[in-house]
Design a protein around this ligand. Structure first.
Ligand SMILES: CC(C)(COP(=O)(O)OP(=O)(O)OC[C@H]1O[C@@H](n2cnc3c(N)ncnc32)[C@H](O)[C@@H]1OP(=O)(O)O)[C@@H](O)C(=O)NCCC(=O)NCCS
Length: 492
């Protein structure tokens, strides 16, 4: 190797230095010039490797510098997962050492069968059939022209309002087990939304019938054919299209009541067969996850809530914050499991059994950069219902987007409060406030997301992780205080 070559590297550090000047054509295409530069660099590297001082330094950036262009941090993701598992394993161990095994499946069963002859919530659920049948009868009479529209309207209002009021009155008077009561209120709310949709769609059909003699609506579509872009002739052969008023039957209405949707249609998209393997997997998930939730609640959530009562009572803000952060972890884990169990496992079970092929029960809410995006992706049955039956009709009637959104959130806030306050037999506004605060919070997060979508996404996660335990602590605290007072009053 010549000395001339060695000297050259002491002057120029970069690999662009070469011993022989290379002539470049004046006009070359970019691809050719890039290839040429690569070749020159390679030649340079080869030359440098063969230098007698065996050089190992090159001009290059540290990996953490943004100019290095390095982005592969998967190892850190693995580390974060490992740390999460280890820290939670420690928490689990600490929990078991402190409390022993608290999981007791018989406690749950006992709670439901304490008094085997008094099941007010189950009775309420059975009585729900009355409202369903009344709704159908009103529609049938109306379709035959035997019921004037204004009377039909008020009958529907009375039927729907009773559906929400009567269970609340019964629960508040009898004061049954809060879990059973919550189920009863939840089912009544779901059927309330369904019947609202049922009446509204039938009204659209009646109005259309006046315009046209027969309403032809979109037919059932087999999902597999739909995906492959083939015609739906196979399905339409086996599935007869239903036209208004042929749809006004008990079978049609009960199919809708059981289907995992809140929006009524005359002809739902149907799959051709029940996939037994898929169904079995979802059922196993449902059973396993619901038991896991009960176990985690007994072992992890309830002791943490119990331990939070003292700091709240003494208004010790430091300890309260520590308790809140401690509660946020089990609460969030349980919430995520519940999401999967309800929106994926259970809804798919009911859809598979009913061969209901629209499975869009949730979208990727976990990537939502704003609060509005979160609400548009999280609970799709409620979102689609709100858009179709409240939001869009309000926009069409001349209301602004903000007014229509406030109306939707007011309705949603009312039902959130209904589902908590009635079963607990105590009226507070925490759930209502939680939903209504979503509007200003959405405006704030939208501004943050404009700067960086990741910050917006973190703000959405933070509201879920911290917001829920705040509401839970408020309710549980107030519930404990009420129960404690009742016991004291009873003993006096
Ligand atoms: C209020 C809410 C319905 C707003 O939804 P949104 O998607 O942000 O509303 P947008 O203003 O973007 O408009 C939605 C639709 O209305 C349509 N629209 C807009 N202006 C319209 C008008 N004047 N007339 C008719 N339609 C109109 C839009 O085209 C859009 O349709 P697309 O989705 O097919 O494109 C939504 O935030 C929501 O569902 N909130 C409640 C969530 C909730 O409480 N969930 C409970 C879970 S437990």
């Amino acid at each position: 190797m010549s000395t001339a070559n060695t000297n050259k590297y002491t002057v120029g550090e970069t690999s662009s230095a070469t011993s022989t000047p290379r002539k470049r054509p004046k006009c070359v295409k970019r691809t050719i010039s890039v290839a040429r530069v690569e070749q020159m660099l390679e030649e340079d590297r080869k030359e440098r490797r063969n230098a007698p001082d065996k050089p190992l330094h090159f001009a290059r950036d540290s990996l953490f510098s943004s100019s290095s262009g390095y982005t592969n941090y998967r190892g850190f993701l693995n580390l974060a997962i490992l740390l999460l598992v280890l820290s939670n394993a420690r928490v689990a161990l600490e929990n078991i050492i402190k409390y022993g095994i608290l999981v007791d499946p018989f406690q749950w069963v006992q709670m439901f069968v304490k008094n085997p002859y008094s099941w007010p919530s189950a009775t309420l659920l059975l009585a729900m059939n009355i409202y369903i049948v009344v709704a159908l009868m009103i529609e049938v009479f109306q379709s035959k022209g035997r019921l004037p529209d204004n009377i039909a309207f008020w009958l529907k209002v009375i039927n729907m309002v009773s559906m929400i009021l009567i269970p609340a009155i019964v629960i508040l008077r009898i004061n049954p087990n809060p879990f059973g009561a919550c189920f009863a209120c939840g089912f009544h709310t779901t059927v309330f939304f369904k019947l609202w949709s049922y009446h509204q769609v039938n009204r659209w059909c009646r109005e259309e019938q006046i315009k046209r003699k027969r309403i032809t609506r979109r037919g059932s579509i087999d999902l597999s054919l739909y995906r492959s872009g083939e015609s739906d002739s196979d399905t339409t052969k086996s599935e007869k299209l239903v036209y208004y008023p042929e749809n006004l039957t008990l079978k049609d209405l009960y199919y809708f009541i059981l289907a995992p949707t809140l929006c009524y249609e005359l002809n739902f998209p149907r799959s051709r067969r029940i996939r037994k393997g898929f169904l079995l997997r979802r059922i196993v998930e449902m059973v396993f996850l619901s038991n896991l939730v009960l176990m985690l609640t007994q072992q992890w959530l309830l002791p943490t809530i119990n331990n939070s009562m003292q700091p709240i009572n003494s208004m010790n803000f430091g300890r309260m914050t520590e308790r809140l952060l401690k509660l946020s972890v089990p609460n969030h884990v349980i919430w995520l499991i519940c999401f999967y169990c309800i929106f994926h496992s259970s809804m798919n079970v009911s859809a598979e059994l009913l061969r209901f092929s629209d499975r869009q029960f949730y979208l990727d809410w976990w990537n939502a950069p704003t609060v509005s995006d979160f609400w548009n992706r999280w609970n799709m049955p409620v979102h689609k219902w709100a858009l179709r039956h409240v939001y869009r009709p309000m926009l069409r009637s001349g209301l602004t987007k903000l007014q229509a959104a406030v109306a939707v959130f007011l309705l949603s806030a009312f039902f959130h409060e209904y589902l908590v306050s009635v079963p607990l037999n105590m009226f507070r506004v925490w759930a209502f406030m939680g939903m209504m605060l979503q509007i200003p919070y959405a405006v704030m997060v939208a501004k943050i997301a404009n700067v960086d979508w990741r910050l917006g996404n973190m703000a959405v996660w933070l509201s879920l992780i911290i917001g829920q335990p705040i509401a839970i602590l408020m309710y549980v605290h107030d519930y404990y205080i009420l129960q404690f007072r009742d016991k004291q009053d009873a003993s006096v």
